[in-house]
Design a protein around this ligand. Sequence first.
Ligand code: KIV
Ligand code: NA
Length: 265
Amino acid sequence: YKRITVKSLVDMKANGEKIAMLTAYDYSMAKIVDGAGVDVILVGDSASNVMAGHETTLPITLDQMIYHASGVVRAISRSLVVVDLPFGSYQSDPKEALRSAIRIMKESGAHAVKLEGGKEVKDSIKRILHAGIPVMGHLGLTPQSIYKFGTYTVRAKEEQEAEKLKADALLLERIGCFAVVLEKVPAKLAKEVAESLTIPVIGIGAGNGVDGQVLVVHDMLGMTHEFNPRFLRRYADLHAEMTTAFENYTKDVKNKSFPSDEEQY
Ligand code: KIV
Ligand code: NA
């Protein structure tokens, strides 16, 4: 795939090729992620946590999401760029949802939007889809509803919640979403959902029976070393690498070994 489209992702699922997705929130990071061959870049509202330092995803604004997304879009040449609709930008009515999605598409140049929820947000999703904007769903642990649930623990362990999740996933496919994220649900349930859909299911903490995986880039790089959920695999220890670099720089400045004769004009 020279350029990933929403169609490529559905084809990948049909061909049994797993989809690799990571978050990015700025130009420099997105340039590296795209260059490495990651299929989908999510400009997640997790930017509220990892970029801005908020405790939840709720405070980030539509303007801030557009700012993050614009930088990412300027960096990419292959990846599909999906942007989260932030809390408060789509829940009140479908028209508002469409307006928010249009702003993201026009002002950032992204390729698709993602929003949280199933049946509750059905009309908003339909409205956005009718405007020709691809929508990715997000079920299971939905961090924008953290105050409703009270914890970030595994979702849909009980029968009733599992049944609702399965019904919501089918609904999202039926109304036209091109993919759905499943966050922190039992692997067995996630596999069942993935097998019941033709659109790809991208998991985070949802086991390996799904069609692709997503991680928050700062987490998988080991920058957020105090965050340790079971599903997180760290592919680097950037916290240690960066700390060493900053310490060495500080030491060199203090002891006057930086800059050297060669490093000046
Ligand atoms: O905001 C985000 O990073 C996400 C992923 C964890 C799926 O929604
Ligand atoms: Na998100």
